[in-house]
Design a protein around this ligand. Structure first.
Ligand code: ZN
Length: 506
């Protein structure tokens, strides 16, 4: 690479670092807003975040970035596909081109609309007032369609919106995959609901907050979460956020009458954080310093939360410590009963509280509704009734109102309709696929989990998935790591084996 090109490359990387830092500063302000900010800070905080977003957008769409990318294109093409610089340039170009296709006026209008829509939702949900959000939702749908139209050439109108979150995924890939999954899950749910119910009442005894937090912190540390590069604070809705390569934080919410809540959300968010913290330090503050996609990210949170954290082996090790932390609450509960309780399967109304077996049905319902809305086959007016009908059909339950129906998730009130939900189920599927590959390479992982040791698993995940950051597309990463494209088999095997042990042969 000659000196002139080298200088151009360095200029591009320096410009990108400013975009990265503006994003990190916005994340810090958002984190503060959700954790410690006094109520009075709200108005100014909204203004500050809008300013940062405007500055980041100006820098992302600066024509100078386009010129630098063009000058460096022959260099990118001269490199082996596997080279880091080829990936840097590919990802920066993808983000740049996506940003310039959406007109600045539209982006500003959409940001303002979603802020208003979110506030309307916050007020409407407790009141069970769908009519109050109806006009906002209609505008969100109209603008989501317009947003897709900025990316012509798609096969399905949802494809561009899906691609924002899960690059390379399309309706043509996801729809048949989800249908196959739905058909496999329905009989599983039906059979389980005929088996003896699992008692989880003891999870709802009184568990003081301080002991709950003291119990989970050493576990995520054992997973590999580094408290010198992160911290945990309390919030209303748990999330992971990244301010910089070496500052990746998690938040949790504690319910003193639901032991599962903080415990498993902590393991979940720690999984997201381990991914970000495990990215190659050489990629720090570049376009590659983030996960590969929403689905791959979710595969890591679910792997640590469910495959590890809700496994029998895991609790053989940790249950004595849990009992010691809560002697009065758990003295009469055996490890077997505890393991069954934290894996209790029951069709329910709320996605975020759903068990592993029914969870994907919640996602599949939403994904299907999004497609029909975008296709114009379903109107906003008919959405609440369609929601209830799908729940009745797929889960055999029906919410008494819209509060626990169409108003339950923030997604459609804080972003576009389309592309918001598929990542959760793609993540579940990929989690099992990745885990099967880890076990094939290191069969000792299960014994180590039973001994409270996670180094082999964490190291394997870091070296095969985390370290690459956004270098590979999700599908390229999956094939590289597992030797296979996205496939349901490991996931269905996992569910069948795990839940047969709990509920009897399935
Ligand atoms: Zn997650």
């Amino acid at each position: 690479m000659d000196a002139v090109l080298q200088a151009k490359r360095n200029e591009l990387m320096a410009r990108w670092q400013e975009i990265y830092d503006l994003t990190g500063i916005a994340a810090l302000l958002n984190w503060d807003q959700s954790t410690y900010m006094p109520e009075g800070g709200g108005v100014a905080r909204g203004r500050q975040l809008a300013l940062l977003e405007r500055l980041a957008h100006e820098r992302r769409t600066d024509p100078a970035i386009g010129r630098l990318l063009d000058v460096l294109q022959p260099y990118a093409e001269s490199l082996p596909a596997d080279a880091d610089d080829a990936a840097h340039l590919r990802v920066m170009r993808k983000i740049y081109e996506r940003s310039i296709r959406i007109p600045a006026d539209f982006a500003a209008e959409f940001a303002e609309h979603t802020a208003n829509s979110y506030m309307a939702w916050v007020a409407a949900r407790p009141q069970n007032d769908f009519a109050a959000v109806r006009p906002y939702l209609q505008k969100t749908l109209d603008m989501s369609r317009q947003m897709a139209e900025f990316f012509p050439g798609y096969a399905h109108i949802a494809d561009p919106l899906i691609d924002f979150a899960d690059e390379g995924m399309t309706v043509a890939i996801i729809r048949p995959l989800f249908e196959e999954l739905r058909q496999a899950l329905a009989p599983l749910v039906a059979t389980i609901s005929q088996r003896a119910p699992v008692d989880d009442s003891f999870l709802h005894r009184h568990y003081p907050k301080a002991q709950q937090l003291a119990f989970s912190a050493p576990i995520i540390q054992a997973f590999g979460y580094d408290f010198t590069r992160g911290r945990q604070d309390e919030t209303h809705h748990p999330f992971m956020t990244k301010f910089a390569h070496d500052d990746v934080r998690i938040t949790t919410r504690v319910d003193e009458y639901d032991l599962s809540n903080a415990l498993f959300s902590t393991l979940h968010e720690a999984g997201h954080a381990l991914y970000e913290l495990g990215i190659d330090p050489a990629y720090a503050s570049t376009a590659l310093d983030s996960g590969a996609s929403a689905g791959v990210h979710e595969s890591q949170s679910r792997l640590w939360e469910n495959i590890v954290g809700r496994s029998r082996r895991f609790w053989e090790h940790y249950y004595p410590a849990l009992q010691a932390a809560f002697p009065a609450q758990l003295a009469d509960v055996e490890v077997d009963a505890f393991h069954r309780a934290v894996n209790r399967v029951t069709p329910s109304l709320i996605r975020t509280e759903a068990d592993e077996v029914t969870y994907n049905l919640h996602v599949i319902i939403r994904f299907g509704l999004e497609l029909e809305l975008l296709e114009g086959k379903l109107t906003i007016d008919d959405l609440p009734a369609a929601w209830h009908a799908r729940y009745e059909e797929n889960l055999g339950v029906c919410a008494p109102d819209d509060r626990d129906g169409v108003l339950q998730d923030v997604h459609w009130f804080g972003g576009p309709i389309g592309g918001s939900f598929q990542g959760y189920t793609l993540g579940n599927i990929m989690a099992s696929q990745f885990y099967a590959a880890a076990l094939a390479a290191h069969p000792e992982i299960e014994d180590e989990i039973g001994a409270g040791r996670f180094t082999t698993l964490h190291t394997w995940l870091r070296d095969n998935i985390y370290c690459h950051g956004a270098k590979y597309t999700p599908q390229a990463l999956l094939e590289r790591v597992t030797g296979q494209p996205l496939t349901l088999t490991p996931y269905l095997n996992y569910l069948r084996i795990k839940y047969s042990a709990i509920y009897g042969p399935l």
